[in-house]
Design a protein around this ligand. Structure first.
Ligand code: HH2
Length: 264
């Protein structure tokens, strides 16, 4: 899953793809590099990010989704939003997956939109809200707590009419988690495929990598190769979708791991 942030303030690519042509070029590049899914987001969820009104978010993402639907009929399109109105408009414009980083907590209407449209639904775990989530997050047992949350939200989705086959689960690396929590979740990625459904991992270029490697927080490049290592690790743990900024090296790592895993 290639990331396309149509935002002025995303932590690693903010402002780069606000221009429609640049966004489409970046999408084209990711598809050529092997992305099977493009995840289009119009609101940054980085720690401390400001909230965006639904109309503004829609005006950023809907024209891009329409254009991508035409240009790349074989690529699945995912809308990264926690607002039901944005998700509904995005599905109408041609997206087929809703990526809700609040795991249905953000908008009570989201499950209904997923059920009514038959879209795929990514349920991610977040503790708190982006503005404050990195202020001393606490867990007794992060793996058990994240799993329990995802199970509960999976049930809620099901009760609202979302088919189990449409769900994907994501432990939400970096969303209300300290370094140790992120590492524990990464070590136990095989715990999050509730009911046999796929796990999605979004660790690409995230700041905990700089903490492990003791590189400068503004040195994003130092996070590229460690991201590839995490992709290989994730595929080894059975993760089916990796959400990344740099498609080519991550796709190659995934394919290499898949060849090893497929060998008897
Ligand atoms: N991470 C980000 C955004 N959306 N969706 C899922 N399912 N999982 C994630 O881990 C995830 C996500 C944050 O990364 P990014 O899009 O690069 O930055 P920003 O939120 O600043 O736009």
């Amino acid at each position: 899953m290639g990331i396309l942030n149509v935002t002025p303030d995303s932590f690693s690519d903010g402002g780069r793809f606000m221009d429609r042509d640049q966004a489409l070029q970046q999408a084209e590049r990711m598809v050529l590099e092997g992305a099977d899914i493009l995840d289009i987001g119009g609101e940054s969820t980085r720690p401390g990010a400001a909230e965006v009104a639904a109309e503004e978010e829609q005006s950023r993402v809907i024209p891009i989704i329409r254009a991508l639907r035409k240009a790349h009929p074989d690529t699945a399109l995912s809308i990264d939003t926690s607002k039901a109105a944005v998700a509904e408009a995005a599905i109408e414009a041609g997206a087929e997956i809703i990526n809700d980083v609040t795991g249905l907590v953000g908008d009570p209407a989201m499950a209904g939109v997923a059920a009514a449209t038959g879209a795929g639904l990514v349920l991610m775990h977040m503790k708190g809200v982006p503005r404050t989530m990195q202020v001393a997050p606490k867990y007794d047992d992060p793996v058990a707590e994240v799993r329990e949350f995802l199970e509960g939200q999976g049930r809620r989705a099901h009760e609202a009419g979302v088919a189990h086959e449409h769900l994907v689960f994501d432990p939400g690396i970096g969303f209300g988690k300290g370094l140790e929590h992120n590492l524990q979740l990464l070590k136990h990625l095989d715990q999050f495929g509730i009911g046999g459904r796929p796990v999605l991992l979004g660790a690409s270029r995230k700041s905990f990598i700089s903490k492990v490697l003791e590189t400068e927080l503004n040195d994003l490049e130092s996070r590229y190769w460690p991201t590839v290592a995490l992709t290989a690790h994730a595929v080894g743990q059975g993760v089916r979708v990796v959400r990344v900024h740099d498609v080519k090296p991550n796709k190659e790592a995934a394919r290499m791991m898949e060849a090893v895993l497929a060998t008897k």
